[in-house]
Write a protein that binds this ligand. Structure first.
Ligand code: COA
Length: 322
C-alpha cells in the first residue's frame, strides 16, 4: 500500500499589516471587541497589484525548498481558493506556469472556502495513493480582502490574506492516515458571497462581498467540528491522548478553544495564529502548520489533527503523522 507524507511546508504573508486600531478608524468597532470576540489582533492585506497567485507562488517555493524538490518533480498541483486571480485559468494553472512545471501534469483549483485546504489535502492524498503522482503541491491561498465590504463591521474585521503550502510525497509509511470531508448545502445563506459570474457581472461589482450571520455560523462550526473530531479518532481507532497537536482553521479563538476542550487538549498543544493572521480561509491551516514546523514545535513523527469549517457549509479534518 502506498501512502502520502508531508515532505515540506511553506507560507507567505503580504507585507501590509492592518491592526485593530486602524479598523477603529474605518468602522464602528474597537480593539477590545475584536480581541474578546475573536482573538484577532492584526491581519495582513495584499498590496493593490498583489494577487492570490503571487501569494501562492511564494508559499509554494518555500515548501518546495524545505522538501528539496524542484519543478520537474511536481506531478500534481492543487490550489484551494475562493479568491482566484481570474475566472479562468485556475490559480493552479497560473502557478504551474510560474513555477516552470512543464510535464503536462494535472493542475486545478478546489473551492470549499475555509475547509478548502483539508478538501485539497484529501483529494491529493487519494490521487497519490491511487497512483496519479509521486510529488504533489497542495496550496491554500486567498486574497479575502477583495471580497470584503469594508463598511460592514460584522465581517471586515475578521479576515486577512495569505498563503500556505505543503509538498506531499509518496511513501511506504503513512503520513496522512485519513481525511474526512463533509458539506451541507442547506445552510449556504448563513455565510456566502451571494453574487458571481453566472448571476451577472453588473451585480458582481456591486455586491460580491462576504455576508455572514455570525452567531449561527459560530454554533454550527463548534458542533460540526466536534463531530468530525470524533469521526477522525474513531476511524483511526486512536484516543484523544494519542494526538500531539491540533492545527485548526483559524477563524475565531473561541471556536478553537471549544475544539481543544472537546479533545481534552491543553492550549499549549494547539497551534494558534489567528491573533496575527485573522481568518485567511483556505490558507489558514497550512500557514499555521508552517509556523509551528519552522519554529520547531511540530517535530517529525508527531501526530497532528487538522480541521476546518467554512461556507457551504463545508467542513473536514485530516489525521497526519508529520
Ligand atoms: N465591532 C463591534 N461590534 C460588533 C462588531 C464589531 N466588529 N461586529 C458585530 N458587532 C456587534 C453586533 O452588531 C451585535 O450588536 P447588537 O447586539 O447590538 O446587535 C453584537 O456585536 C454581538 O454580535 P454577535 O454576532 O452576536 O457576536 P458574537 O459573539 O457571535 O461574535 C463573531 C461575532 C462574528 C465574532 C462570531 O459570531 C463568529 O466568530 N462567528 C463565526 C465566524 C466564522 O467562523 N466565520 C467563518 C467560518 S470559516
Amino acid at each position: 500500500m502506498k501512502y502520502s507524507r508531508i515532505a515540506g511546508t511553506g507560507s507567505y504573508l503580504p507585507q501590509r499589516v492592518l491592526t485593530n486600531a486602524e479598523l477603529e478608524t474605518m468602522v464602528d468597532t474597537s480593539d477590545q471587541w475584536i480581541r474578546e470576540r475573536t482573538g484577532i489582533e492584526r491581519r495582513h492585506i495584499a498590496g493593490e497589484s498583489e494577487t492570490t497567485a503571487d501569494l501562492a507562488e511564494a508559499a509554494a517555493r518555500n515548501a518546495m525548498d524545505m522538501a528539496g524538490v524542484t519543478a520537474k518533480d511536481i506531478d500534481l498541483v492543487i490550489v484551494a481558493t475562493t479568491t482566484a486571480d481570474c475566472v479562468f485559468p485556475s490559480v493552479a494553472c497560473l502557478l504551474q506556469n510560474r513555477l516552470g512545471i512543464t510535464n503536462s501534469s494535472p493542475a486545478f483549483d478546489v473551492q470549499a472556502v475555509c475547509a478548502g485546504f483539508v478538501y485539497a489535502l484529501g483529494i491529493a492524498n487519494s490521487m497519490l495513493r491511487a497512483g496519479s503522482g509521486q510529488t504533489v503541491l497542495v496550496i491554500g491561498a486567498e486574497t479575502f480582502s477583495r471580497i470584503l465590504n469594508w463598511e460592514d463591521r460584522n465581517t471586515c474585521v475578521l479576515f486577512g490574506d495569505g498563503a500556505g503550502a505543503v509538498v506531499l510525497k509518496a511513501s511506504d509509511e503513512p503520513g496522512i492516515h485519513s481525511t474526512h470531508l463533509h458539506a451541507d448545502g442547506r445552510y449556504s445563506e448563513l455565510l456566502h458571497v451571494p453574487e458571481g459570474v453566472s448571476r451577472g457581472y453588473a451585480e458582481m461589482q456591486q455586491q460580491a462581498y462576504v455576508q455572514m450571520r455570525g452567531s449561527e455560523v459560530f454554533k454550527m462550526a463548534v458542533s460540526k467540528l466536534s463531530e468530525v473530531v470524533d469521526e477522525t479518532l474513531q476511524a483511526n481507532n486512536i484516543e484523544k491522548s494519542d494526538l500531539d497537536w491540533l492545527v485548526p482553521h483559524q477563524a475565531n479563538l473561541r471556536i478553537i478553544k471549544a475544539t481543544a476542550r472537546k479533545l481534552s487538549m491543553s492550549m499549549d498543544n494547539v497551534v494558534v495564529t489567528v491573533q496575527d493572521h485573522g481568518n485567511t480561509s483556505a490558507a489558514s491551516i497550512p500557514m499555521a502548520l508552517d509556523v509551528a514546523v519552522r519554529d520547531g514545535r511540530i517535530k517529525p513523527g508527531e501526530k497532528l489533527l487538522l480541521e476546518g469549517f467554512g461556507g457551504g457549509f463545508t467542513w473536514g479534518s485530516a489525521l497526519v503523522t508529520f
